[in-house]
Design a protein around this ligand. Structure first.
Ligand SMILES: *Cc1c(COP(=O)(O)O)cnc(C)c1O
Length: 462
């Protein structure tokens, strides 16, 4: 299985090269040159597998060049850190299925991908005799999942910038209490936007980037998408076993289009997903795209679901590639138009094609809070605000034709304030957070200046 760029201006590369490249060298995103398809019989057989068995089966279809035993070891280690024996269990509540993706070390679905990516990076770096210094900026969730993905790994150091005293106390502690020697938390005296700007500037210095082998763990790495394809198969198998259904809906709270794009890949592989339901908060560029063919940037609004407070969906270009019949010249033109005008619009014909894969909707702040409250009153089950958005939109868009599976992307304890507002009680802290404020922590507070960050990386690089 070779990999291509959505912009068509690189040679085909191997899986290993695609993982190390991250963003394609032509500025596009990497995708497999073809998507393997599975028969109904294959899919039925998958439903009997444990999560790690299934992950190995799916990932190996895309990961040529890694010996089966090595891949098995990588997968097994990646999912042994999850606290639930099923890794991503499916629970039935109020007539819908909730796919709990938050049993990893940082209690959000990003662990499913980043636990795997961290192990994969370590493996590939060792094979190549190379090192990597990961640099990133976070407003909360991704930073801690990335840190937990690479803590204690050989030949990798990680530097994560967060805005000093501007992330939630739990999120800050989840990062700063990781005291492994290869982990560096930098609290910058500035905002999240300062952090992003600094990271961009440091990466833009190509000499520095190559001298210190800078790497990124953002959601555009193909291996992250790939690891997320697995749980669509897993959940469908569990629900089919329960109900005998032939199809299912998946509702996905969406920001960067990464998680839901993994569902699109699963659908193209043959998983009988009736429609993927794209759920957004008030930052609704993606639901406007699905509903009206309007993909145009607006200002970012703060919501109770901060991990979806995004306007530029970094994985969207991957979907465009398929929507434009894999015509890379068309993708290049669309992305150039988008970057000059800040918007794209799609004609009725294309909109109709989008509608064959997706339904969509969005939830306001008060609808999100109300959904948490209503669901709790009916079932006693506490949804986190991101998950609540998926539940609200999913229920609105479907009518019981086939089961609805809602992706639960975070543990409610991570977003205790929104939950408190909705139901007037706090969710129980899971064991991994208990006593976190008493653990030793490590963090450097530095000025929001590119040079300060560059110097720090230089002095602490591996
Ligand atoms: C990152 C995140 C999302 C959005 O996922 P995308 O892949 O960016 O669409 C949703 N919920 C939570 C809790 C997240 O951390």
């Amino acid at each position: 299985m070779q990999y291509i760029s959505t912009r068509g201006q690189i040679q085909e590369i191997s899986f290993k090269e695609a993982v190390m490249m991250g963003l394609a060298d032509d500025g596009g995103l990497l995708l497999p040159a073809s998507i393997p398809s599975l028969s109904a019989g294959d899919i039925a057989a998958l439903s009997k597998m444990t999560y790690p068995e299934l992950a190995l089966r799916i990932i190996s279809l895309f990961a040529e060049g890694i010996p089966a035993d090595d891949l098995k070891d990588l997968v097994d280690r990646s999912y042994s850190t999850f606290s639930h024996k099923e890794v991503t269990p499916v629970v039935h509540q109020d007539g819908i299925y909730i796919l709990e993706l938050f049993h990893g070390p940082t209690l959000a679905f990003k662990d499913v991908a980043l636990q795997f990516l961290g192990n994969l990076f370590e493996y590939l770096l060792k094979e190549r005799g190379e090192k990597m210094n990961i640099l990133g900026a976070t407003s909360g969730d991704t930073g801690s999942a990335a840190i937990y993905g690479v803590r204690g790994k050989e030949n990798i150091n990680i530097f994560i910038l967060h805005p000093h005293q501007k992330v939630s106390p739990i999120q800050e502690l989840q990062m700063t209490t990781v005291t492994d020697p290869n982990v560096f938390n930098l609290a910058i005296r500035g905002t999240f936007d300062d952090g992003q700007r600094i990271v961009k500037e440091v990466f833009g210095d190509l000499d520095f980037k190559s001298e210190f082998s800078l790497g990124a763990v953002n959601s555009i790495n193909w291996a992250r998408v790939l690891a997320q394809v697995v749980y669509y198969f897993y959940a469908f198998g569990r629900v089919q076993r329960d109900t005998g259904c032939k199809e299912a809906y998946f509702s996905v709270p969406t920001g960067n289009f990464g998680d839901i794009f993994a569902g699109f890949i699963a659908k193209r592989m043959g998983l009988p997903i009736r429609r993927l339901i794209l759920a957004t908060n008030e930052n609704d560029i993606l639901s406007r795209f699905v509903g009206k063919g309007d993909y145009s940037i607006a200002d970012v609004v703060e919501t109770p679901a901060p991990s979806m407070d995004i306007q530029l969906a970094s994985n969207f270009e991957r979907y465009l590639y398929y929507l434009m019949d894999q015509d890379t010249a068309k993708v290049r033109k669309a992305m150039a138009d988008f970057s000059s005008t800040g918007g794209l619009s799609f004609d009725a014909n294309l909109q109709q094609r989008v509608a064959q894969d997706f339904l969509s909707g969005s939830a306001t702040r008060s609808e999100t809070i109300d959904t948490i409250r209503d669901f709790y009153q009916k079932t006693g089950y506490i949804l986190d605000p991101h998950t609540a958005i998926g539940v609200k939109v999913g229920k609105e868009q479907t009518g019981g034709e086939c089961p609805l599976i809602c992706l639960a992307t975070a543990h409610p304890a991570k977003f205790g304030d929104a939950v408190q507002e909705a139901i007037n009680t706090s969710p129980t802290m899971p064991d991994s957070l208990a006593g976190i404020e008493k653990r030793p922590s490590r963090c450097e507070i530095i000025d929001a200046e590119t040079d300060a960050v560059r110097n720090f990386v230089e002095q602490h690089s591996c």
